[in-house]
Ligand binder design. Structure first.
Ligand code: ADP
Ligand code: AMP
Length: 218
């Protein structure tokens, strides 16, 4: 299955991606995770991406598209994949369509996680991520047993630099201007399904899996 998650920053894409990818037996490909790994290793790609990420702006399309093309060529992505955080612009979506068409495939489904801005701000302000396994926690909504320590592997939890109030505000503006148009883009192609992404994480996962069923999975 080839699927894409869309939704504003903080909608729960990374949280749900872990469960949905496991359910669909496909690799989870998160462009945000790939950029952050490059930033922490100090690669040329990371140095280039960091300034945009720190402001809450999008990394330019050419850089992002090249990175995703390389990742999609890896063997594990050939039977299917779940993209989290890509595409984020219509040009990125057009290139993805072209790449898939060239390999004789296409997207099966685009799952939109629908959450309002106030909830997104509450979620992003309390988000914590494990430095070693990348698991996503929330100080109030999904807290680890010991504050600051990941339940899964005892890794240190950190707050993302782009989860500060001013950066969150810019990311929401960027979402509305550049990424929200993807909803209409994919709806017109008949692959969009939207779900209410509020409520407990497990409830959202069940709604997501249910929605995917009508597109041939499960
Ligand atoms: P995204 O990848 O869309 O930016 P995340 O998956 O990182 O969003 O989630 C943002 C924050 O919201 C995290 O701290 C996560 O623990 C929390 N979160 C995710 N889903 C829910 C939910 N259903 N209810 C409350 N908090 C949630
Ligand atoms: P995320 O982890 O998905 O919230 O992404 C964190 C940041 O990485 C974003 O705010 C952007 O700066 C950058 N980024 C991730 N994915 C993309 C993309 N598809 N296009 C451009 N920038 C991206």
């Amino acid at each position: 299955m080839r699927l894409v998650l869309v939704g504003p920053p903080g909608a729960g894409k990374g949280t749900q991606a872990q469960f949905i990818a496991e359910h669909a037996s496909v690799p989870k490909i998160s462009t945000g995770d790939i950029f952050r790994a490059n930033v922490s290793k100090g690669t040329p790609l990371g140095v280039q991406a960091k300034a945009y990420m720190d402001r809450g702006d999008l990394v330019p399309d050419d850089v992002t598209i090249e990175m995703v093309k390389l990742r999609l060529r890896e063997n594990d992505a050939s039977p299917g994949f779940l993209l989290d955080g890509f595409p984020r612009t219509v040009p990125q979506a057009e290139v993805l369509d072209d790449v898939l068409r060239e390999s004789g495939t296409k997207l099966d489904v685009v799952l939109e996680l629908v959450v309002d801005d106030d909830e997104v701000i509450r979620r992003l302000s309390g988000r914590r991520t494990c430095r070693t396994c990348n698991h996503i926690w929330h100080v109030d909504f999904d807290p680890p047993e010991v504050p600051g320590v990941c339940d899964i592997d005892d890794g240190e939890l950190f707050q993302r630099d782009d989860d500060q109030a001013e950066t969150i505000a810019n990311r929401l503006t960027v979402y509305a201007g550049s990424t929200a148009p993807l909803v209409a883009y994919y709806a017109s192609r008949g692959v969009l399904v939207g779900i209410d992404a509020t409520g407990p994480v497990d409830d959202v996962t069940l709604r997501a899996i249910d929605a995917l069923r009508s597109f041939g999975d499960g």
